[in-house]
Write a protein that binds this ligand. Structure first.
Ligand SMILES: Nc1nc2c(c(=O)[nH]1)N[C@H]1C(S)=C(S)[C@@H](COP(=O)(O)O)O[C@H]1N2
Ligand SMILES: [Mo]
Length: 431
């Protein structure tokens, strides 16, 4: 098999360019630590042997023709990289599926791996028959077809979406085995659609409008009240996701996107917007999606997803092969703006080191962080802690529970710990 320079992906390992690349990589990544031993690199002699040993079977024959299939699929070798269900719900119609964060790189979630949360299944909506009604305290009520909506001025923005129930199993002790289970109700996409401020102008909001109801066309008829400031700030009427039309699971043909707000308010299969001078106190925002505090009172309208981060590799269920250097990788995000800093600890929070942030660092968007780690082969506890541009610091679980108590379900944004055992096994632990 041809040996490629793992460091830079720059082709065969021999030759002056590859040597220069390799030198650059070694100085960049391992300067402080001395030698970086990669399993794949055994020096010039081994590389030369491999290079002259002849090409692999797939190099000796032609591959598959174009358009097989017309809509491309991942390599069959990646068949394990899938959304996974939960055992927490009695029916798959009102349930979740979780994004395999441990298998993904960068910040964009492929559309087929975007987490799902439906309260009454995925409706089969014909875009030709679908209508969006806008009414209430407006001068010119409107009923729009998808064609009407596609004519309006559009924007594209990259934002995360997180269910406020993400991590809900972890309040009282480590439960889920993998980061997919603990944090997989989180995904990120480039969304395209119409700013709601444009529509608000079209219909003419009456004086005194303070809230907007958004309602879905699914059998759950999911509805939520949204403050008018959010509607006019950055709310989007979305029809595309990562360059193609929304997937049915994500609200085809039309959904609401409220950047940084809890997943539940991002109404899918959107059919109605109603403007009012007061909130609607729907079932979803009173009996559900509120937070029961230690004194028995419930917090209502907890919209913002607060700053949170998690290490995705190494993470629960993985096994670290050999001591030595490896990159710790993870994601950080905040519903209030940009991530300004991520720190990583390998000793359960006693010492912290600043991680590198991958650009672009966008507001209300996943941010990828990385840090090189020299695992000595002993037990370790890996943690990440983020700070957003408002100065908010991601809390420990103890700090969060001290304020919130243990009655609530949603909005667990505490620091996650992964324990590394002597033998390299990584598990979910509370530290
Ligand atoms: N119409 C409708 N909108 C909905 C829901 C729903 O069941 N019906 N679920 C909500 C919840 S709880 C979440 S977390 C997000 C999930 O969006 P996704 O399935 O695209 O990830 O959609 C929200 N919008
Ligand atoms: Mo949700």
């Amino acid at each position: 098999m041809p040996v490629s320079d793992d460091a830079e992906g720059a082709g065969p390992i021999t030759g002056p360019l590859a040597q220069a690349n390799r030198r650059r990589f070694l100085t960049r990544s391992a300067a402080a630590a001395g030698v970086l031993a990669l399993d794949g690199l055994h020096g010039a002699a081994a590389a030369d042997r491999a290079a002259s040993a002849g090409a692999a079977a797939w190099t000796h024959e032609q591959g598959k023709p174009i358009l097989s299939p017309p809509y491309g699929l991942p390599s069959p070798h990646e068949a394990d990289v899938v959304r996974r269900p939960t055992d927490l719900t009695p029916t798959p119609l009102s349930s979740w599926s979780f994004t395999p964060l441990q298998d993904l790189d960068g910040i964009i979630t492929p559309n087929g791996l975007f987490f799902e949360r439906h309260h009454a299944g995925v409706p089969a909506i014909s875009p030709d028959a679908h209508r969006l009604v806008i009414h209430g305290m407006v001068d010119r009520p409107l009923m729009l077809s998808m064609d009407d909506i596609l004519r309006l001025p559009s924007v594209s923005r990259i934002h995360f979406l997180e269910c406020s129930g993400n991590t809900l199993t972890e309040w009282k002790g480590p439960k889920e085995k993998t980061v997919q289970g603990t944090h997989g109700l989180l995904s990120c996409a480039e969304w395209t659609g119409v700013p709601l401020s444009v529509l608000a102008e079209q219909v003419g909001l009456r004086p005194g409008v303070k809230w907007m109801l958004a309602e879905g066309a699914d059998a759950a008829v999911m509805d939520r009240s949204i403050p008018i400031a959010k509607v006019l700030d950055d709310a989007l009427l979305v029809y595309s996701q990562n360059g193609e039309r929304l997937r049915p699971e994500q609200g085809y043909p039309l959904r609401l996107l409220l950047p940084g707000y809890e997943g539940n308010m991002n109404i899918k299969w959107l059919r109605r917007l109603k403007f009012s001078d007061q909130p609607f106190y729907t079932r979803e925002e009173t009996s559900k999606y509120s937070d029961l505090m230690p004194d028995g009172k419930a917090r209502l309208f907890t919209f913002d997803m607060e700053a949170k981060s998690v290490i995705t590799s190494p993470s629960g269920g993985m096994r670290i092969g050999a001591p030595g250097f490896r990159e710790i990788r993870g994601l950080a995000w905040s519903g209030r703006g940009r991530i300004s800093r991520v720190d990583v600890s390998v000793d359960g929070g006693r010492n912290w080191q600043q991680a590198r942030l991958q650009s672009p660092v966008l507001p209300k968007c996943l941010t990828r962080f990385r840090m090189m780690w020299n695992w000595q082969g002993g037990p370790a506890i890996l943690q990440s802690r983020c700070i957003d541009e408002t100065g908010y610091v991601q809390p420990t679980l103890a700090e969060l529970v001290a304020v919130r108590g243990l009655n609530s379900v949603y909005h667990l944004n505490a620091i996650q710990s992964w324990g590394v055992a002597q033998n390299g096994e990584v598990t979910n632990v509370h530290a």
